[in-house]
Write a protein that binds this ligand. Structure first.
Ligand code: MEV
Length: 438
């Protein structure tokens, strides 16, 4: 542990940073130094280091693939970067299950992004609102250079509104702007425009004849995009007759299964404890594809959770209905993601992931991501209302346990055979391995 703050750390060379870390925090600095270096990528390390400050190495997470995803009639193999053992198995099973039952249908409802300039105005409220159409003209004209390229691609500023927030915070107003950012997530584009909006607004308040004390009355608080994009939203769904749900194994009676499944969704609609776990399952799938494609999973998570609580209570993001014998299961998921910009092209594996999915545009990627989230959720709830999840989960976990216990290939085969019809536990595997070794 180090007691005093270190200054100038970011200016140290990478090796010096590593030395400082290993010498201060590890019992065997040389061993840890070699271990950290062993995770460096021989060809790409300088690219990876360039993504962040103070990089000392890599933290590997496996990249897996979930095949057989039929989405709007097109079949995809989906790259997923995830460390949790059963996620890809569940996604694949959700994909395969619906493959012969019509597949996933997905549609982008809209892809409007949002940004805000928060400011305080101590002057006359009416004057501010009356002047706003003139202010808007200035906001648009003074960002023309920034928006020109995006406009050529079909995007740009969609709307600019003045919002009165003074009932919640004294003197507080917002410029709320909506944007279309084509195939990019748009964070840099939006933030650059917002910062220019803030400058333009301040200049207007200071120099306009309308505002006598503009320079004193206005205070810009901050300018930033909102990660809540309820109007950048994608719908994904699956449906079939309840009898078609039967699979001869875990689902013998389709009607009964559909009803139980529907009840599970109702529970997640009403109970935030269950809703949180339920939505976590959806994000198991969504985050994995978002990470693999070089997008920002924190933004997508934050947006999804806010949307899940949009009526004041945190609820399930997925929905279910049984109507005239038809089982329908769907997800409306807001997200702001891209297939150009950010890491999508600079991270070599993100580039490959996008290639694996046929180089989708942002809308197609939204449809893929939502379908994976729905598949993940379907498989989880299907297991929960039939076999329970521990059996499948622990089977996959078995591999991790055997690796931890340093079982040999021969021992692994014997252990797998032993646990074929038994529930896996760490202590159980340990005991069997000890017996084999004796
Ligand atoms: C585990 O990562 C995810 C689940 O708990 C999701 C759920 O309960 O719906 C299986």
């Amino acid at each position: 542990m180090h007691k005093n703050p270190i200054s100038g750390f970011s200016r140290l060379s990478k090796i010096r940073k590593m030395q400082w870390v290993v010498e201060n925090f590890f019992k065997d600095p040389d061993l840890v130094m070699n271990e950290l270096i062993s995770y460096w990528h021989p060809g790409l390390q300088s690219i990876l280091d360039g993504f962040i400050e103070n990089s000392i190495g890599n933290f590997p997470i496996p990249l897996g693939v979930a095949p057989n995803f039929k989405i709007n009639g097109k079949v995809y193999a989906i790259p997923m970067a995830i460390e949790e053992s059963s996620v890809i198995a569940a996604a694949s099973s959700g994909a395969k299950y619906w493959f012969d039952r019509g597949g996933y249908k997905a549609e982008v409802i809209d892809s409007k992004k949002v940004g805000q300039v928060h400011f305080k105005w101590k002057g006359d409220k009416k004057l501010l609102f009356d002047s706003f159409s003139d202010i808007e003209k200035h906001l648009r004209s003074e960002t023309k250079d920034i928006t020109a390229t995006m406009e050529k691609r079909g995007g740009g500023i969609h709307s600019i509104k003045l919002i009165d927030f003074t009932d919640k915070i004294e003197d507080l107003y917002q410029i709320k702007a909506e944007f279309y950012t084509c195939d990019s997530m748009g964070a840099n584009f939006i933030n650059t425009i917002l910062e220019q909006f803030a400058k333009t607004l301040k200049d207007y308040a200071i120099s306009s004849d309308n505002f006598k004390n503009g320079d004193k009355d206005i205070q810009i608080v901050m300018s930033i995009l909102s990660n809540y994009t309820p109007e950048s939203i994608v719908h994904a769904e699956v449906s079939c007759h309840v009898e078609e749900l039967e699979n001869g194994k875990t689902i013998k009676n389709g009607k009964l299964f559909a009803e139980k499944f529907n009840t599970a969704i109702e529970i997640a609609k009403q109970d935030p404890y269950r809703a949180t776990t339920h939505n976590k399952g959806i994000f198991n799938g969504i985050d994995s594809v978002i990470i693999a494609s070089g997008n920002d999973f924190r933004a997508v998570e934050a947006c999804g959770h806010t949307y899940a609580a949009r009526d004041g209570q945190y609820r399930s993001l997925s929905n279910c209905e049984i109507n005239k014998g038809i089982f329908r299961f769907w997800l409306d998921m807001p997200m702001a993601i891209g297939t150009v910009g950010g890491l999508t092209k600079t991270h070599p594996m993100a580039r490959r992931s996008l290639e694996m999915m046929g180089n989708p545009d942002a809308h197609e990627l939204m449809k893929i991501v939502a379908s994976v989230g729905l598949a993940q959720n379907f498989s989880a709830v299907k297991s929960l209302v039939t076999t329970g999840i521990q059996k499948g989960h622990m089977k996959l976990h078995l591999t991790n346990i055997m690796t931890q216990l340093e079982a040999t290939a021969k021992e692994k085969l014997k252990i797998i055979e032993y646990f074929k019809d038994k529930t896996v536990s760490y202590s159980g595997v340990k005991t069997v391995l000890e017996k084999i070794r004796r």
